[in-house]
Every structure is written in structure tokens, then in C-alpha cells.
Design a protein around this ligand. Structure first.
Ligand code: SF4
Ligand code: SF4
Length: 179
């Protein structure tokens, strides 16, 4: 398999510049409402502020992958003497808390870097963060090409002819239980 170029998008978060204004939550929820900009509700935002003004804590956290089950433990960070809430930096939409879930349906929310047609010059939260706490960057990376479906089918056919179809199906069933 060959190499392909892939665009990697990142948002660098400078927590020292964030003042907890929540403009990022407002614009994210407005941009993703249907139709666009028809409403705004930070509870629907794909970025959420973990804020505790009395302790001078303002952390923007982006919604990441959905977690089917809660972690067995919890993590807590202490940075420069400030203790952050349990799971404070976690991006998962999981059943242990209410954030990163669509309030009406409970479906998980995930940041899409504002995929849009036509494409945005920068994600909406970055554009609206007047304190420059969110910095957008793009870079090209060379990665292994994903196997095409036809190639996977050919590989599966040869495995099935070598080991028998039932063994392959049993192995896939075991893998899906682990995953
Ligand atoms: S990048 Fe877009 S989708 Fe992701 S949090 Fe920011 S505004 Fe929302
Ligand atoms: S818009 Fe910027 S400064 Fe305001 S809460 Fe979001 S990240 Fe922080």
C-alpha cells in the first residue's frame, strides 16, 4: 500500500488567554443549529467551558469520541498549584456526565472542526474567540493509504479459503466483543 497526503487540523488552546466569556459555545451551537443560526444553546455546543472563576480556572474542552462505557477510575490534574475537577480535561461524551450530549435526544456531540461546504477559513469558535485563546493550525502529513474495500474483500476471500468461512466469522465476532 502506498502513502497518501492527509490534512491534519489542530486547535491550540492557550488557557492563560481564556477569560471564560463562552462566545465559543454560543457560536458553535448557533452554527450547528438547523437551520444554521436559527438558535443558540451552549448545552448543544461541541466546545464547553470548564470554568470556576473563584479559582481562576477557565478551560475550553472540545467534544471528542463517544465512550460506550464509563472509565473504571477517574483522573485529576494539579497544575501550578491549581487542582482541576475530576475528568476536567476529558473530551469523551460518556454516561458519567451531561456534557457533550444533545439535550433533547441524548445523542453524543463531537467537534467536526466545522466541516462545511464551502469550507470555512477557520473553525467558528476560533473566529469568535476575541482573546486569541484558540489558535487554528493545519499541516500536511504522509500516512499509509487506507485499504480499499475491494482489497479487504480479496484478503478476506483468501483467508476464508485457507481457514474456512466459519473460523473467520468466529474471529470477527470475538474481535467485535473486545472492541
Ligand atoms: S471547531 Fe467548530 S464544531 Fe468544533 S467546537 Fe469549534 S465551532 Fe464547534
Ligand atoms: S471564546 Fe475564547 S476566551 Fe471566550 S470562553 Fe471561548 S476560548 Fe475562552
Amino acid at each position: 500500500m502506498g502513502k497518501v497526503r492527509k490534512k491534519v487540523k489542530t486547535i491550540k488552546i492557550d488557557v492563560d488567554k481564556c477569560n471564560g466569556c463562552r462566545a465559543c459555545e454560543v457560536i458553535c451551537s448557533a452554527f450547528h443549529s438547523t437551520p444554521k443560526y436559527s438558535g443558540n444553546n451552549p448545552a448543544r455546543s461541541r466546545i464547553r467551558m470548564m470554568r470556576d472563576p473563584l479559582r481562576d480556572i477557565f478551560i475550553p474542552v472540545y467534544a471528542g469520541e463517544h465512550a460506550a462505557a464509563e472509565c473504571m477510575g477517574r483522573d485529576k490534574y494539579v497544575i501550578d498549584g491549581k487542582e482541576y475537577d475530576e475528568c476536567g480535561f476529558c473530551r469523551a461524551s460518556c454516561s458519567s456526565r451531561d456534557i457533550f450530549k444533545e439535550p433533547d435526544s441524548g445523542l453524543p456531540l463531537k467537534c467536526d472542526m466545522c466541516e462545511s461546504d464551502p469550507p470555512l477559513s477557520e473553525p467558528m469558535c476560533v473566529q469568535w474567540c476575541l482573546n486569541n485563546a484558540l489558535i487554528y493550525e493545519e499541516r500536511d502529513e504522509e500516512v499509509e493509504e487506507e485499504p480499499r474495500l475491494e482489497e479487504m474483500e480479496t484478503g478476506l476471500e483468501s483467508l476464508a479459503s485457507k481457514y474456512g468461512l466459519q473460523k473467520i466469522m468466529d474471529a470477527v465476532a470475538r474481535m467485535s466483543k473486545k472492541g
